[in-house]
Design a protein around this ligand. Structure first.
Ligand code: TA6
Length: 296
């Protein structure tokens, strides 16, 4: 692992601004700039930490998270692709890219901060699960705003359809003192209620397990955290569905990589194309899913 880390630092390191380290057996990208600090796992191109200067951490990662090859880390921003949710029987939930090693393609700095481009392409093992040729790239910009762009490129000769998500876990002071604004009067599928359809009345509030796919919405969401006295803005493009999820007490118990009571300090507001919001990508075409996170 040391030689791999040394090679990555030689090729892509940016001095103290961006360096590679190993956490257990996973290569990580550490970003430190005057605007913000961040950590990204090369496996799954998973942003794990983002902390603007002078602010508390914005993303949540479980204290019981596992850092092992082939295992997703519970928290940060898992990339769900080429499907969101349960796949066909015998296929992994939320697709197969979040547990695979991606490749670092470029690092750099511009007016929006330090950026990293990571990519993954089809191979025999992915075609055995999903028989299409693709190039998938995540561009992360970690500055005063956290920008994430997931670019799907169909490199094959036939069209394919995907659902996808930037499955972002946010840190909150207390879920019971947290609301989500921006989804008022929006239809949603309620996974807790057997995917029955309802319409959101007022802000989304939390007093139990909440797992909802909000439909046909391009809205910017605001996580209003009365405990930490801050508002997290989640803007998006290329996404027509937003998922809001908190496992609460019972579902939390089912996750070996969540510590007891952690449900109180986390909330997922996910930037998606999910459920009936299916994206068809023609041969040679690209589709971008973009999330922009900032503190107000
Ligand atoms: O996005 C919400 C959700 O689909 C929940 O239903 C729950 O399954 C969550 O994702 C976590 O999924 P994971 O496969 O990461 O444990």
């Amino acid at each position: 692992m040391n030689s791999e880390i040394n090679d990555l630092n030689r090729q892509f390191g940016l001095g103290e601004g961006l360096r590679f380290i190993a956490v257990e057996d996973l290569p990580m990208i550490e970003i430190a700039s005057p605007a913000a600090s961040a950590r990204i796992a090369v496996q799954g191109a998973q942003v794990l930490e983002w902390q603007p200067a002078g602010q508390q951490p914005v993303l949540w990662v479980s204290r019981a998270a596992v850092y092992q090859a082939g295992k997703g880390v519970r928290g940060g921003v898992p990339v769900c692709w080429p499907w969101f949710g349960a796949g066909e029987p015998g296929k992994p939930a939320h697709g197969f890219v979040r547990t695979r090693m991606w490749h670092v393609r470029q690092t750099g700095q511009d007016e929006q901060g330090i950026f990293v481009r990571l990519g993954i392409r089809d191979d025999a093992s992915t075609r055995a699960i999903w028989d299409y040729a693709f190039d998938l790239e995540l561009v992360v910009r970690a500055g005063a705003t956290l920008g994430m762009e997931l670019v799907t490129h169909n490199t094959g000769a036939s069209p394919f359809s995907i659902t996808d998500a930037l499955h972002t876990y946010f840190r909150v002071g207390d879920i019971a003192a947290t609301d989500v604004l921006g989804l008022e009067n929006t239809a949603y599928l309620d996974k807790v209620g057997g995917f029955s359809q309802s319409t959101q009345t007022g802000a989304v509030t939390f007093d139990g397990e909440t797992d909802r796919i909000y439909l046909d919405t391009q809205a910017e969401c605001v996580i209003d955290d009365r405990n930490l006295n801050r508002q997290i803005h989640v803007a998006k493009t290329g996404s027509d569905t937003t998922v809001v999820w908190n496992p609460w007490t019972e579902k939390e118990k089912g996750f070996a990589d969540m510590a007891s009571g952690e449900y109180r300090e986390m909330l997922c507001v996910e930037t998606c194309n999910a459920a009936t919001d299916v994206i068809i990508v023609g041969p040679g075409e690209r589709h971008s899913l973009i999330a922009q996170v900032r503190l107000a």
